[in-house]
Design a protein around this ligand. Structure first.
Ligand SMILES: Nc1ncnc2c1ncn2[C@@H]1O[C@H](COP(=O)(O)OP(=O)(O)OP(=O)(O)O)[C@@H](O)[C@H]1O
Ligand SMILES: Nc1ccn([C@@H]2O[C@H](COP(=O)(O)O)[C@@H](O)[C@H]2O)c(=O)n1
Length: 252
């Protein structure tokens, strides 16, 4: 029998104010490390909500591209004020999709297609993710998700910035080569062609941008458990994280 503990807890955040919140499990790490896969399984098993924070940045990146804010020349400056207005104009919601094993993204009432998940949009996301005002505009939406039920949050700065008080923090990584290989398999299984070298180059470029930006860089929280999944299958990763959750008092 699965016993789900999702009781609200009180916690004190910075300014001394007491907030009601539920258990939070953070899974941070680079693209292709397996965060989404394990986050989905944890959320399903525990009956928690799933925050796919990368999807937020992907949506803003895609909309910025469609609005002509992202030039092909990556060095060209982006107008942060315009980007902020665009970000604020987006009403974003998630809905679990049992077929894809990910959340569907609803923007201003319309479901966004799977194109948001491709590597090109991942690149747009990492270009707009460097802007402090954009990150700030997305912060409350993310934190509010922990006010309604238990939460599994997948991203880059879940444990360091968004939920510093989280019950469980995992930094899930894997070598760039292992992650590129997974992407190739994913694309081939979807009937698409895939160039390993091109994917590896793109992954490394995105890692570089995410790890070296001035605000909320991708890095493990001081109290995170580090897991390198390069030679671990997805089930082993899940079991390790489950053990860590149990150690922190989350019941399965
Ligand atoms: N431990 C694992 N071993 C091998 N393949 C894995 C493992 N975990 C996940 N995968 C596969 O690797 C691919 C990428 O996984 P997933 O989408 O979960 O990564 P991610 O970290 O969420 O990436 P992104 O941040 O880009 O969304 C998927 O096809 C998934 O099935
Ligand atoms: N908490 C987060 C999550 C994501 N990003 C940026 O979005 C890009 C896409 O993320 P995926 O997890 O969907 O691959 C990512 O490369 C980051 O640039 C972020 O900054 N913070």
């Amino acid at each position: 029998m699965t016993v789900v503990t999702s009781l609200p807890k009180y916690t004190i955040i910075d300014d001394g104010t007491q907030y009601l919140r539920y258990p939070v499990i953070c899974i941070d790490g680079p693209s292709g490390a397996g965060k989404g896969t394990v986050a989905w399984r944890l959320a399903q098993t525990l009956g928690y909500q799933l925050l796919d924070s990368g999807a937020l940045y992907r949506i803003v990146g895609l909309k910025a591209f469609e609005a002509g804010l992202l030039s092909v020349d990556i060095q060209q400056l982006i107008d942060e004020t315009v980007l902020l207005e665009l970000t604020k104009s987006l009403q974003i919601a998630f809905e679990p999709n049992n077929v894809s094993g990910r959340v569907d993204i609803i923007v201003n009432g319309l479901r966004v297609g799977e194109q948001v998940r491709n590597e090109t949009v991942g690149g747009y996301a990492s270009r707009i993710a460097v802007f402090p005002q954009v990150r700030q505009a997305l912060l409350k939406l993310q934190q509010d998700m922990a006010m309604r039920s238990g939460l599994v949050a997948d991203g880059r700065d879940m444990g360091t910035v968004v939920f510093p008080y989280a019950d469980v923090k995992i930094f899930l990584t894997a070598s760039a080569e292992a992650r590129a290989e997974r992407r190739v398999t994913q694309l081939v299984n979807a009937g698409q062609t895939a160039d390993f070298d091109a994917i590896l180059t793109t992954i490394k470029a995105r890692d570089e941008r995410d790890e070296n930006r001035a605000i909320a860089p991708s890095k493990p929280a001081e109290d995170a458990l580090l897991i390198d999944s390069s030679s671990l299958d997805a089930d082993t990763v899940y079991q390790r994280i489950k053990e860590q959750c149990q150690t922190q008092g989350i019941c399965f």
